[in-house]
Design a protein around this ligand. Structure first.
Ligand SMILES: C[S@@+](CC[C@H](N)C(=O)[O-])C[C@H]1O[C@@H](n2cnc3c(N)ncnc32)[C@H](O)[C@@H]1O
Length: 233
């Protein structure tokens, strides 16, 4: 149904069905994913935004409804930043990713919302003028332990880049780096939000508190989703 609706040309639909049957994720076949009530453009080689990550967006909006500076770190397609900017209205939105394919894709999704997209390693990508001014720092970082990547469903394992999945030995390598540097970028009272998994949550909370943030865990059982939230005192 989605494939048929995606293109009126029966030949093109046949090609899409073939690619889907070969295992390409549906979102990459049709070129978009639904996220936060919006169509987010996705391209081959870019992480497909997951619906569970809408919980992170909802938490950010509940904590900071008046946010004016928003950063989407490890932005992938830019889905999180786009959803936040769409809900918040006039914000200074910055998204960043290390992968050029993700940066290209994110630009397509956040340009209409006035967002800026930067390429580089975590905070190195951001303009220095944002230091100490960020109200919401959202980061859906890679968090699959390296030796569990082989156990992922083929759609992720074979069609999403390793850099989007691999969180190091315990899955927390990137999270720890973000937590350590976040206080220097957050405004007083600003929030850092990172998605995590049940067994990683204790380690993630420790990383937040060790960096001086007031931390807690938000849990959504339905999706299911867990988000570690830290507030700069
Ligand atoms: C799990 S994906 C999440 C993408 C997007 N935030 C979302 O929720 O759909 C993680 C993203 O982090 C990026 N990434 C990995 N290591 C990075 C680093 N050191 N600096 C910046 N981005 C990085 C990957 O390229 C990938 O796009």
């Amino acid at each position: 149904m989605i494939l048929a609706a995606a293109d009126g040309d029966p030949g093109a639909v046949d090609g899409m069905v073939t690619r889907r049957a070969a295992g390409l994720p549906l979102e990459l076949v049709v070129g978009w994913a639904e996220f936060g009530g919006r169509r987010i453009l996705v391209e081959p080689g870019v992480f497909v935004p997951r619906r569970r990550t809408e919980f992170l967006v909802e938490q950010a909006l509940a904590l900071a409804p008046g946010a004016s500076v928003v950063v989407d770190l490890c932005c992938g397609s830019g889905a999180v930043g786009a959803a936040l900017a769409a809900a918040l209205g006039a914000v200074d939105l910055h998204a960043a990713d290390i992968d050029p394919a993700a940066v290209r894709c994110a630009r397509r999704n956040v340009a209409a919302l006035g967002g800026h997209v930067h390429q580089g390693d975590l905070f190195d990508a951001l303009p220095a003028r944002l230091r100490g001014r960020v109200d919401v720092l959202a980061a859906n970082v890679p968090y699959v332990p390296s030796d569990e990547i082989a156990l992922l469903p083929a759609e992720a394992r074979d069609h999403e880049p390793r850099v989007a999945l691999d969180g190091g030995a315990d899955g927390l390598d990137i999270l720890r780096r973000v937590a350590a540097e976040a206080p220097a970028w957050l405004a007083p009272g600003g929030h850092l939000l990172i998605e995590t998994s049940p067994h990683q949550a204790p380690g993630a909370l420790s990383a937040f508190t060790e960096s001086g943030l007031d931390a807690h865990l938000a849990v959504c059982e339905e999706r299911p989703a867990r988000v570690v939230i830290g507030r700069r005192p």
